[in-house]
Design a protein around this ligand. Structure first.
Ligand code: DQQ
Length: 590
């Protein structure tokens, strides 16, 4: 056989092998059967995060059942006990007193009974008076049918909630013949309504229509599906991990618990779209008597919907923190590098820094998110810069902190909007397309300006997070684009057999609803080696990126403020801190 035919045969074999190893399943996590049990000891790596929640090794995905109980925050999460790819999923469990330092406990739930033998998937926790915390989760049986189960703590007086029992009278909800048994999962935290019924939502689909079913129960044991779904939307595909909660329209400091039934609230329905791995939410009204949710007309319902986070963020879940009266959001940020790299690192996935969730007081049309205050306890060395004009093409270095592990807040003043470029309305729902065309190096009128993170001084590698201000000529208002662009983040090239296994270096973008009346706009970024969480305009638009520089790492990483617009921009202030590692790092299962 000649060299070229040997090569073709080899390529064919590689291809067949890849097809055999990668199997798509309904939860849309890629399943690499042969890789699931590859366990490595190498867990420390220059891309590993320092202050994000991440177990010492292996794969993690969705946050499950977050809860505050008897002095401890509990976080459960989907975890592969055997490797750095999806598979062998259990509910791993950690506790914390402050949401910063974590202690790992034994796994709470793992496949063991007929109703979950093929999987213990996502779910939530509800505090049920008289019973204590009750988990609702999705179990998969031998025939791959998805069903909802419950689990209770062996000892509800144990603040650690170490041991969980899955009673034999499970499941509590099975798909009926009208439903899709392989897409029926992820029950929400339940709430008690005035009519004495508990209610929970379960995600599903019928063909291409995304669905959230609503179930009712008087005793938390017998659940009955309401006649109609609480909401559904055509062409959105499977709705994973729904989340449904009220936000106050008059109190912009505190969150609301699920049972709030007063007049001054809107409801939020968030769904995670299996088809693309993006989420969207609407604000709307919940009608308890009809068990229907109706999005407000000004909240796009579907692919153009608002997002909790416009970046690498999925399967999110909120909970009400009784200790501080706030609603807190957790979300999973998967890796974007190659599976090969995940395996050699020995880990994949992390949870973003928890964020408070409130209705935006300025327009009441969207939510705002902010990192929990506790994370500020990790701030150490501090630098501040004031009142610096940056002209077109200028960049100012922020020195005196550790740029690869930092928290930075900057306030810009753009001055006049005269030079702002006209906004092309065909981009109204396409911020990402606009960001792709108008990158951080494309000169504009007002902007692009922002932060350059994880950069080499010669900008061989860098991740810019920036704004660009347009003028909407139809409304005469500014239209502000925010981008977090991983395209120049790493010199690492696409690789892997037949380029199947690529590092993913996408730009992410969203619009920021500000009027810039006083010219000011702020940006905060939490930078942690391979994850950058950025909050535009005090959390109106949030973007998480995963990046894997090869040179701009650790002490070789730099941080800058920049402007590439013809309009000079004033940096009113930069406050930047090095971030410490939490003292208690035993934050995950082994
Ligand atoms: N992940 C879980 C499912 C959920 C999906 C399985 C979302 O329950 O629908 O690990 O990432």
């Amino acid at each position: 056989m000649g060299f070229s035919s040997t090569l073709s045969v080899l390529l064919l074999l590689v291809l067949i092998n890849l097809c055999n190893n990668i199997k798509r399943i309904n939860a849309f996590h890629q399943v690499y059967e042969n890789l699931q049990s590859q366990s490595v000891e190498l867990v420390n790596h220059f891309h590993r995060s320092a202050f994000h929640f991440q177990p010492p090794k292996h794969w993690i995905n969705d946050p499950n059942g977050p809860l505050y109980y008897k002095g401890f925050y509990h976080l459960f999460y989907q975890y592969n006990t055997k490797g750095a790819v999806w598979g062998n999923i259990v509910w791993a469990h950690s506790v914390s007193k402050d949401l910063v330092n974590w202690e790992a406990l034994e796994h709470a739930i793992y496949p063991s009974k007929w109703f979950d033998i093929k999987g213990t998937w996502s779910g939530s926790i509800t505090l049920v008076p008289g019973k204590g915390p009750v988990i609702l989760y999705t179990g998969i049986n031998q025939n791959e049918t998805q069903m909802q189960n419950y689990a209770i703590p062996e000892d509800p007086s144990d603040p650690y909630l170490r041991k969980w029992i899955k009673p034999d009278d499970n499941p509590v909800a099975m798909p009926d013949y009208t439903m899709n048994g392989s897409d029926f999962r992820d029950p929400t935290t339940a709430w008690l309504s005035k009519d004495g019924h508990w209610r929970t939502l379960v995600g599903s689909r019928k063909k291409h229509r995304g669905i959230a079913y609503i179930y009712r129960s008087r005793d938390f044991r017998h659940w009955v599906k309401a006649k109609h779904p609480v909401h559904s939307k055509e062409s959105t595909g499977m709705w994973e991990c729904p989340d449904f909660f009220p936000v106050s329209t008059i109190d912009f400091e505190n969150g609301l618990d699920l049972d709030y039934a007063g007049p001054n609230a809107k409801h939020v329905l968030k769904v995670s779209l299996d088809m693309t791995r993006y989420e969207y939410y609407t604000l709307g009204k919940y009608y308890p008597k009809k068990d229907r949710y109706v999005p407000n007309g000004d909240s796009p319902d579907g692919w153009d919907g608002l997002r909790f986070d416009y970046g690498n963020f999925y399967a999110s879940k909120t909970f009400f923190d009784y200790k501080k009266n706030r609603r807190i959001l957790w979300g999973w940020a998967n890796e974007s590098d190659t599976v090969e790299d995940d395996i050699s690192k020995g880990w994949a996935g992390l949870q973003v820094i928890p964020r408070t969730v409130l209705l935006d007081s300025s327009n009441k049309k969207q939510l705002v998110f902010w990192p929990i205050e506790e994370i500020e306890s990790l701030r150490s060395s501090y630098v501040r810069m004031n009142n610096k004009d940056i002209e077109m093409g200028q960049r100012l270095e922020v020195k005196g902190i550790t740029p690869a592990q930092a928290d930075v807040e900057v306030t810009f003043n753009v001055g006049s909007l005269e030079k702002a470029e006209p906004f092309d309305t065909s981009y109204t729902y396409k911020p990402l397309d606009l960001c792709r065309v108008k990158g951080s190096n494309v000169t504009g009128g007002v902007g692009p300006f922002g932060l350059i993170t994880l950069a080499t001084p010669d900008l061989e590698e860098y991740t810019p997070i920036f704004f660009r201000v347009f003028k909407d000529t139809s409304t005469n208002k500014p239209k502000v684009l925010m981008c977090s662009d991983a395209r120049p983040s790493s010199l690492e090239q696409d690789r892997g057999p037949l380029n199947q296994d690529r590092m993913y270096k996408p730009p992410f973008a969203g619009f920021v609803d500000v009027d810039l009346a006083d010219g000011r706009i702020s940006l905060r970024s939490l930078i942690d080696h391979s994850v950058i969480e950025s909050f535009g305009a005090l959390g109106k638009t949030v973007i998480t990126s995963r990046v894997y520089p090869v040179k701009a790492v650790k002490e070789n990483a730099h941080l800058y403020v920049f402007n590439n617009g013809t309009q000079t921009v004033n940096v009113e202030s930069v406050d930047a801190w090095s971030m410490e590692r939490p003292l208690q790092m035993n934050n995950g299962a082994t």
